[in-house]
Design a protein around this ligand. Structure first.
Ligand code: NAP
Length: 347
């Protein structure tokens, strides 16, 4: 028997889609991702990018509070045990938010498989879903919510200080106390880098924008904004070759001049990588239309329809612009409603 809706991905888009599908009696099945070493390295483990962040201060509905008691009652005991106690915390953390969303989806009857979808066959109806482990199954509709992963420089020292001063999201992490009133480094020369650098000037004493060339890739208007901002200093023709720290936090970066190869150190309290994102679409093997950057294309305005009828996309996998938890959740809801209406029209 075919599944009504298979949801691939377990970030805010996946769980929001699951909550809406479950409440529409579609009995959704979510592939939340596999606990593999490869996913660990790629930053694509279950619960998505938010599960890799610290506090989430910009998701509406979770004002500053100690949420321990709420988490104790809201989550199943074994799920609760996965989360550290949040004493002294001021906002919900990414992992807490994701476990709460997952629980909410389960409460309405969502079934969850802790595995990756290795491959889909979208050329037949119903669609064929091939998990990494286990038997293939069939689905009448599919919602793809596999997200995107931030690109990092790939340095060992960078990985060591992730969540301890190294981040790839200024909007998510920039306002954290550890980044306030000190010099910060942003790596990259595109619109994201300029935007992140500008945003970080709200908190930092100074922002160094490290770019490997002598011209920005960013649009003129964004580039002008950065060059006019007195708090931003662009360090041209340099790349970060090492993140320096005292074991608990970032204290600086080692830079290499891309023209003459010379090295120098720059003191800072944090480093933000803004060198692009990679959407998690390789399992689709080109069966769904994407834009030039590889993000799934919505083929109808204000709908989550993809180029394959019956396949919907939600969250960062189809969004290279907003990339926020709350926008992902919103498009997850849209994809569920689109799938529900499309399925109804089929019968
Ligand atoms: P992007 O345009 O691809 O820029 C990536 C930047 O990172 C480039 O400057 C690139 O250098 C640099 N880079 C890449 N790999 C690197 C490495 N290993 N080491 C050092 N530097 C590296 O990505 P993006 O800035 O995330 O923008 C993505 C898309 O979103 C763009 O279309 C952008 O216009 C759009 N966007 C728009 C806005 C806005 O309008 N407000 C805001 C953000 C993003 P090179 O220049 O040397 O290649």
């Amino acid at each position: 028997m075919s599944e009504n809706v298979v949801i691939v991905g377990s970030g805010p888009a996946g769980w929001s889609a699951a909550i809406y599908c479950a409440r529409a009696n579609l009995k959704p099945l979510v592939f939340e991702g596999a606990l593999t070493e490869e996913n660990q390295i790629n930053g694509t483990l279950p619960l998505g990018q938010l599960n890799l962040t610290t506090e989430v201060e910009n998701y509406a509905g979770f004002p500053s509070a100690n949420l321990d008691q709420f988490l104790d009652t809201a989550l199943d005991k074994n799920e609760r045990m996965l989360l550290p106690p949040s004493e002294g915390k001021h906002a919900v953390t990414g992992p807490e938010l994701m476990h709460l969303m997952r629980q909410q989806a389960r409460n309405f009857g969502t079934r969850i498989v802790t595995d990756d979808v290795a491959r889909l066959d979208l050329s037949t109806r119903p669609f064929k879903v091939y998990p990494l482990e286990g038997e293939p199954l069939e689905a009448k509709a599919i919602i793809i919510a596999t997200g995107a992963r931030a690109n990092y420089l790939g340095l060992e020292s960078e990985a060591k200080y992730k969540n301890r001063g190294v981040s790839a999201c200024a909007v998510c992490d920039g306002a954290l106390p550890m980044f306030r009133n000190q010099p910060l480094v942003v790596v990259g020369g595109g619109d994201s880098a300029v935007e992140e650098a500008t945003y970080l000037t709200n908190f930092a004493s100074r922002v160094y924008l490290i770019h490997r060339r002598d011209t920005l890739r960013a649009s003129k208007i964004m580039a002008d904004r950065a060059t006019r901002n007195e708090k931003i200093e662009i360090v041209w023709n340099h790349q970060v070759v090492e993140v320096l720290g005292d074991e608990t936090k970032v204290t600086g970066v080692r830079l290499e001049n891309t023209v003459d190869g010379s090295h120098r150190e720059l003191a800072c309290g944090g480093m933000f990588a803004a060198i692009g994102h990679t959407p998690n679409t390789s399992f689709l093997k080109g069966q769904v239309e994407t834009n030039e950057a590889g993000y799934i294309r919505w083929v109808k305005p204000f709908r989550t329809w993809t180029s394959v009828e019956g396949v919907f996309a939600a969250g960062d996998v189809a969004d290279d612009y907003y990339r926020q938890a709350i926008t992902s959740a919103g498009t997850g809801c849209m994809a569920a409603l689109d799938a529900e209406r499309w399925l109804a029209a089929q019968h």
